[in-house]
Design a protein around this ligand. Structure first.
Ligand code: ADE
Ligand code: ZN
Length: 345
């Protein structure tokens, strides 16, 4: 029986309306755009072609990747660049049938090199508004704090977020994990809660399971990655009881050597423990694929059943910060795809 053949699984994945909850706008910078912006803004880069850029995308670990990521985003200079970057992602999001996106951005990576916070956020915001009109993609913006910078810097950035409270929906925590545990930002996350922001944090990507525990203590509502929870049975049980969501990024984990292969990717173990697993793309051009490719590669490696794939898509909506009405609207569409699929197999 060819019920779960790869083409059928691919078309199911594509047909499913999804939310993307873990995606860095700066991480959607395609090589073509790097070249275009470098030329326009007269920024020196060590590459002359798309091929040369792609060749550089071999990473030993997170640190290795982040060096390239921060170097690449130097080509972004003005509001128009941030608009173009975001619009380019939304076009691909639409092709991947993403109906709701929670987009992270790293303002400190721009303000520290002299780009105005206002230009960053206005460019991204204009594109999100246009993307909603053009593609019907609803959105929430996550301001991500760079954990390798100081708490004072984070507090100043949070003040900026407060000025843009009508645009920014959540505060996140990313960048170099080792040596920068979530507890370092206790004050920042307490203030973020008082101000009424949702809170998320990268934890247990490269850092130990104790960082995931600390992120929970900070009061985060979702864990970005969380993959190393698999090493701590007791922690897994706690997380499962809470029904916390993990925003997993399989191709990112593979490229950064967080996992050796996707055949042992612990998605089912997380799910069995009660954790709400979602699949996302993190920094797609750097890691070799947008959201559908991430779904497909995991589905293939773990031989996921259609019901499991549908459940992951539903989780992405349930674990999002979208208004309840919007969640119900997308879930109804998923139910239709599910019914259609079952009727035809
Ligand atoms: N910033 C962009 N991508 C990241 C990742 N995978 N981990 C931490 N910080 C990031
Ligand atoms: Zn990330």
């Amino acid at each position: 029986m060819i019920m779960h053949s790869p083409p059928m699984i691919s078309s199911l994945i594509n047909a499913l309306p999804k939310a993307e909850l873990h995606i860095h706008v700066e991480g959607t910078l395609e090589p073509e755009l790097i070249l275009e912006f470098a030329k326009k803004n007269k920024v020196q880069i060590p590459y002359n072609s798309v091929e040369e850029i792609k060749k550089a995308y071999r990473f030993k670990n997170l640190e290795d990747f982040l060096n390239l990521y921060y170097s690449g985003l130097r080509v972004l200079k003005d509001e128009d660049d941030f608009y173009t970057l975001t619009m380019n992602y939304l076009e691909r999001a639409n092709e991947n049938n993403i109906r709701h996106v929670e987009l992270s951005f790293d303002p400190q990576a721009h303000t520290r090199r002299g780009v105005k916070f206002e230009d960053v956020i206005e460019g991204i915001h204009s594109a999100l508004k246009d993307g909603k009109k053009k593609y019907g993609i609803s959105w929430l913006l996550i301001l991500s704090i760079l954990r390798d910078l100081s708490v004072e810097d984070a507090m100043q950035t949070l003040s900026k977020a407060e000025e843009y409270k009508d645009i920014i929906g959540a505060i996140g925590l990313d960048s170099s994990e080792f040596g920068n545990p979530p507890s370092k930002f206790k004050k920042v996350f307490e203030k973020a809660k008082t101000l009424g922001f949702h809170r998320v944090a990268h934890a247990g990507e490269e850092g130990p399971p104790s960082y995931i525990h600390e992120a929970i203590e900070l009061g985060v509502e979702r864990i970005d990655h969380g993959i190393r929870a698999i090493e701590d049975e007791k922690l897994m049980q706690e997380l499962g009881k809470m029904r916390i969501a993990f925003t997993l990024c399989p191709l990112s984990n593979l490229k950064l050597n967080v996992v050796k292969s996707l055949e042992n990717y612990p998605l089912r173990e997380f799910s069995k423990a009660g954790i709400m697993v979602t699949i996302n793309s993190d920094d797609p051009p750097y890691f070799g694929g947008y959201i559908n490719k991430n779904y497909e590669e995991v589905a293939k490696a773990l031989d996921l059943k259609p019901e499991e794939i549908i459940e992951i898509a539903k989780n992405s909506i349930i674990a999002s910060f979208a208004p309840e009405r919007r969640k119900r609207e997308i879930l109804r569409k998923i139910n239709k795809v599910e019914k259609n699929y079952l009727d035809n197999t």
